[in-house]
Design a protein around this ligand. Sequence first.
Ligand code: C2E
Ligand code: MG
Ligand code: MG
Length: 739
Amino acid sequence: MKYDTLKDPRIEKILHLIMEYAGGNLEAKVDAADQFDEIDGIIGGLNMLGEELKASMVSREFLENIIQSMFDGILVLGTDMMIQEMNPSMESLPGISKKDLVNSSVDLIFGEDQDFKNHLIHELSVTGAFRGKEYRYIYKNTEKYMFVSGFGIRNNYGKIKGYILSFHDITLQKQKEEELRISAVAFESNEGIIITDPETKIIRVNRTFQKITGYSSKDVVGKKPSFLSAGHHNADFYKVMWAEINRTRKWEGEVWNRRKNGDVYIELLSITAIKDDDGNVTQYVGIFNDITKRKEAEEEIRNLAFYDPLTGLPNRRLLMENFHHALSRSERTKYFGAVIFIDLDNFKKLNDTKGHEYGDMLLFEVAGRLSSCLREVDTVARLGGDEFVILIEELSKDENQSSEIISKLAEKIQMKLNQPYNLEGYSYFSSSSIGISLYRGHDKSVSELLKFADLAMYSAKESGRNAVRFFNPVMQNKAEKFSSLEVKLRNAVLLDQFILNYQVQVNGWGLPVGTEALIRWNSPELGMMMPDQFIPVAEKINLIIDLGQWVIDTACMQLERWSHDERMKDLTLSVNVSVKQFEASDFVSKLKSAVALNGINPSLLILEITEHCLVNNVSDVISKMDELRNFGIQLSIDDFGTGYSSLSYLKQLPINQIKIDKSFLNNIPSDLNNSMMIKAIVNLAKNLNLDVLAEGVETVDQQNFLRDIGCESYQGYLFSKPIPLSEYEQYIKMNLHSR
Ligand code: C2E
Ligand code: MG
Ligand code: MG
């Protein structure tokens, strides 16, 4: 490092003094001194002058005084490098006293660094001058930095007779440099840094700032950081921020800014006000991290937790959250709101026939259509499967008016969902069943309201689908009954409260050929319950599988008993099998074991299944039917004509019998439609070589009509109602005798 000697006022002063004392004589010597541009040079010059001036006007004593009072340390060495003299400043070096130093080797100072000493000695002895070098002096853990320089003192003949070394203390300067270096390193950290003046104009930014924002230092210096704002925060946000900085000197929080390329980023920013000793702000320092990626990850997690991945709609959890807030708002505003429950009709059929990809496409499309019908503030959520829920807020303060608005909206939704869908070229029509329940404030809980809308939706489904229903308390009663029934029904299975009734089936001559086993629930609490009252519940809670197995086991046992009875042993026994029961993977094997266990003739057992069994997975159904038929069991299609299936599949099915649903027998023969329908079914059965049985025959006219068109098996009140076992056996005894 350079030490600008000529700028040192002390040196100037010395020179001035010398000039004053020495007069014109000295000019040439001062020239020589000027050649040194270091302080030691000047000192050297002075000493040389000193030597020569001994005999002239400036006394050695005077020069010595100057040297003694100099700020820099001065050592006088002999040619043997032994210390001869030193000035008091030299003693400011820790551990050094004049007593120790004089007559000691210069090693006392440079002992720690032999290289430095050797270099110094070499330079001095070869060139007569040591041009100055930084030396780190360490003694007893204290560190000092010296700028050491020196020169040789020559005698009148130019021969070196000793050396003078000067020590300029640069420790403070080094410390400052180090501090600067550290702060420079800190400034170039991985965090973005902005330094502004008290008016918040940017003075400096670091490289990370430039990397994060895309702005160069030139772009931003002189501007206020607010130019980065993404417009996400309002004025209040910044007001609160500055209030805090003014109060506590610090603020920390998340700020949305915009990069030079227009992208918004989120930074975690901490601002500190730097103050001087008088408490005035000198700078503001903002240090920030770009946390956009972290935020995005958080957002993604949030999305997964709160949104349905298929449709992107809020899921049940988010709906519930929004719903709670909506109820609180409604409590305050007294406005009615509504929750709309939507279920797509026959969605399962699309899934089963075309595959899940098509199902997914439809759901995605439905989600888009629903969203398009709604305002931004409304929530449309997918609960799962084909169930969607819409939450509408602020309808009106009047209940009737609210109902009107929501009815119109529901119709609009329904129309929109009824428009044809184009699922990758496959054109599809879908309808929906919609249930609505109104809310105001906290009158009802969120889960109650959802349940009400769900019930209303069910009622829409029951009414034949493609309908809109408002919730009403009757539905609730029904639902409550349903759930209380659920518990009772489960217990009924354990308590063996079921019985079978038997309804005879007769041929064209009115003679019994078989019977249908029809289940009853003999409940001590509820009385004798008919299948319509509990089978749907059993289906819903999957109890039907156990119940159905009980029916099959009982029927097989019954056939076994009848096999020993001459009058009964040839009569068939039909049992009803529900869809879920039939679909169970172990249905066939369980049935076979029941037959085998009881050792009965399988051809006397007729399984009645409905067309609903044929809706899903037809090939699986057919292979099960084949297996049953090969085993010898007979199959019948119950309630024929009421299902949705086309008649063409009948050809493929290994069935024995079709049972015409009793609804077709209403008002025949006068009802032309029904009559035609029955004729068609009978013809079809004949063509396919199937037995055809008409159920619900109540009148002789009906029987005659049926016989006339070729249907010769009947079941109905005309012959017998479903009756308990003993009565049925009695009936057979009476009627077979009359054969
Ligand atoms: P289904 O299999 O079609 O049974 C015929 C139904 O028609 C029986 O009603 C029977 O009582 C009724 N019925 C018969 N003849 C006449 C008539 O002349 N006039 C009128 N009005 N009705 C007549 P039920 O016993 O109430 O059974 C209703 C339905 O419950 C059955 O319809 C069947 O689908 C189901 N079901 C009955 N038992 C079982 C069972 O063990 N398992 C399953 N899964 N379902 C069963
Ligand atoms: Mg039946
Ligand atoms: Mg039937």
